[in-house]
Design a protein around this ligand. Sequence first.
Ligand code: UDP
Length: 238
Amino acid sequence: MTAPRFHRILLKLSGEVLMGQGQFGIDPATCDRVAGEVKAAKLAGHEICMVVGGGNIFRGLAGAAQGFDRASADYMGMLATVMNALAMQNALEKAGVDTRVQSAIPMASVCEPYIRRRAERHMEKGRVVIFAAGTGLPFFTTDTTAALRAAEMQCDALFKGTSVDGVYDADPKQVPTAKRYDTLGYNRVLADNLKVMDASAVALCRDNDIPIVVFNIRDEGNLTAVLGGHGTSTIVQN
Ligand code: UDP
């Protein structure tokens, strides 16, 4: 049997994924379902760490548009990601998966601080490490955090879980003939401004040769299927 192409992955979930069918906040049933996906992938032998967004609760840009100072609003957004990380931790532990949350903004009574070598050790022990509070810096996003942590943790790929099964040449919800790409180059994504991840995240993945796998996290069993090489996705790579 050949070794899977992607053994260690970073799974990026936007806050929107965690709100399920709702318009705001965290849907516990959705967290449980996502935890089931992660558990199945772990049982299939993969090492997984995660970055969760916060857009289901608070986004810095939206806060700034309403009159908050941008940097303060970004810190509020980072705190929102900690709530999502705790929700995912809860769901994973309920499913019997060992986890640790590490926050880029230290909050000792809630979770561990981000320490790369410690995170590495957790992963070696089979734990899922959930990285919270983004980079800890305003004016960044959790997409960029995902690219950064994927590089730091020497992941084989960054898996971006979305509600569509890849990247299309037009919005598949609007254009029925839209075509899904199987693979795409980083520079094409950047030049055509394709909505995969924000530009700094794509550039960081390009410069560190980390493939970005865009797939539908809502389809049951899909994470394991894509990891096994037989699910539907778009892979952004060199
Ligand atoms: N954020 C930040 N620095 C970071 C990561 C996130 O300031 O390194 C803030 C930013 O305000 C952002 C919010 O946290 O809007 C939530 O993250 P993001 O919008 O990336 O979440 P997602 O869209 O993935 O749900």
